[in-house]
Write a protein that binds this ligand. Structure first.
Ligand code: C2O
Ligand code: CU
Ligand code: CU
Length: 484
């Protein structure tokens, strides 16, 4: 019996998917991890210099090319912010501050600067609709009005986010609350940024971008704040780590061996601390953990294997079989004692499902959402300012994905304590229900984004746009990304 056209196409697509995963040329689908003993002090990104001008906190940020020495061999051409060859300075501001960030683009191509996790007007969100041409500057001003959180900033140019982030552009944006919490807070001493990303190196020292699979671009070497094989000298009995997964595609199951105390997630502090064996971070997610340290006893922060809910071959391609040493903590022989972690961290009321006005469904399949590829001129959803909604995120695909929503703050609907999120993992075959709190800013012409934060998928079109409107307001015309 002749193969029907349909069956033939099906067979070809299946073969294509297998070839896609095998394209790295190694059996596991992810590059074999390179092991190195901890040997370099962890770099701490400097705090961005801040000027106070007429009631504003002003930060100047320039994106520019540089050269980085990650290993002992040849240097690597990289991109960085704020005078760093790779990464970016940590921007820090307080709730209530009027912030102005002036971004200057000294890169050879158009970029954007997005404030991931920030509640702010769409026109300053820094997504694909706010391009910054080479040589140009762009100014974003907004009032910070959200609880303390570990946020971050990175490029978001249409179709080129992976390339810009992979070159090195990413930095932390810490929001401090006006209500103090007694957690370790000496930046770089007992309150330490841990920005995780992974790269492979070509023989000439440049980042290897040739070996990608359907999950994305995975590296064989972890960089923590840009440091390969780092250690951190610890002087206190407790250290708070602000862990950001800034990787293009790799997820990490972060473990310190013994349980750690989880105090915060993407969007802020938990109501109360939670002791957990480890924390899974898919790309874009953050966790604040407090690690107990004993005098002289070294602890290695590791990423443990996690199949991300995928079948074997795909889990391997996602790096899910890998064990990675992230950071060695080296406590001194005598430690200053840190205060106990407070029993109450945040009094912010959780979102109530009973307040949800409606339910929306987002199906992830292929690198599409609800069957659609990103179109900068199309509005996919219209939300109302300040609304609470239930979103059902379903992954109908074999690949792991996650969902990140701009401007909004999310809580996963599951038993137990609610954590503030802006990026949630959606494993293959699973539905994740989240409560979404829409931000307060309306704009009939400039949309926000919802997308998979695995950057290859996002660039491939796994992204939709939504407008936020005031009650009764009508949508205007959304123009393309050339709209300045
Ligand atoms: Cu961190 Cu739309 O991105
Ligand atoms: Cu974002
Ligand atoms: Cu994805």
């Amino acid at each position: 019996m002749p193969l029907s056209r349909r069956r033939f196409l099906g067979a070809t697509l299946a073969a294509g998917a297998v070839v896609g995963l095998a394209a790295t040329g190694c059996a596991s689908g992810a590059p074999p991890v390179v092991r190195r003993p901890a040997q370099r002090p962890l770099a701490i990104p400097p705090l961005a210099p801040v000027r106070r001008e007429a009631g504003h906190v002003v930060v100047d940020l320039t994106a520019a090319p540089g050269e980085s020495a990650f290993l002992d061999g040849p240097t690597t051409p990289t991109w960085g912010y704020g005078g760093l060859a790779f990464g970016g300075p940590t921007i820090r501001a307080r709730r209530g501050d009027e912030v102005t960030v002036r971004v200057t683009n000294r890169l050879p191509e158009t970029t954007t600067t997005h404030w991931h996790g920030m509640t702010l007007p769409a026109a300053v969100d820094g997504g694909p609709h706010q391009p910054i041409a080479p040589g140009a500057s762009w100014e974003a001003s907004w009032r910070i009005d959200q609880p303390a959180a570990t946020l971050w900033y990175h490029p978001h140019p249409h179709g080129a986010t992976e390339r810009h982030v992979h070159r090195g552009l990413a930095g932390l944006f810490l929001v401090d609350d006006d209500v103090p919490v007694d957690l370790p807070d000496r930046y770089g001493v007992d309150d330490v940024p841990v920005v995780l990303t992974d790269r492979s190196f070509a023989p000439d020292g440049s980042f290897d971008t040739a070996h990608r699979n359907a999950v994305g671009l995975l590296g064989d070497t972890v960089l923590v704040n840009g440091t390969v094989a780092p250690y951190l000298d610890v002087r206190t009995t407790r250290v708070r780590l602000r862990v950001l997964n800034a990787s293009p595609a790799r997820s990490y199951r972060v473990s310190a061996g013994d349980p750690v105390t989880l105090v915060g997630t993407d969007g802020g502090l938990l109501p109360s601390p939670r002791v957990v064996p480890d924390v899974l971070l898919t790309p874009g997610e953050r966790a604040e953990i407090v690690v107990e340290c004993a005098p002289g006893r070294r602890t290695v922060l590791r990423s443990l294997p996690d199949d991300l809910g995928a079948v074997n071959g795909i889990a391997a391609a996602a790096g899910g079989h890998d064990t990675l040493d992230l950071l060695e903590l080296r406590p001194a022989d005598r430690l200053e004692s840190s205060p106990a972690v407070p029993a109450v961290l945040s009094r912010e009321a959780p979102l109530a499902e009973s307040a949800a006005l409606r339910t929306r469904r987002f199906d992830l399949s292929g690198n599409r959402i609800n069957g659609l590829a990103m179109d900068v001129r199309r509005v996919d959803e219209v939300l109302e300012t300040g609304a609470t909604e239930v979103w059902e995120l379903t992954n109908r695909h074999t690949l792991p994905h996650n969902v990140h929503v701009h401007d909004a703050r999310l809580q996963v609907l599951s038993p137990g304590e609610r954590a503030w999120k802006d990026t949630v993992a959606v494993p293959p075959g699973r539905t994740v229900r989240v409560l979404v709190r829409v931000g307060p800013y309306a704009d009939p012409e400039v949309p926000y984004m919802i997308h998979c934060h695995m950057l290859r998928h996002e660039d491939d079109g796994m992204m939709l746009q939504f407008l936020v409107l005031a009650p009764g307001q009508r949508p205007g015309t959304v123009t393309g990304h050339d709209h300045g």
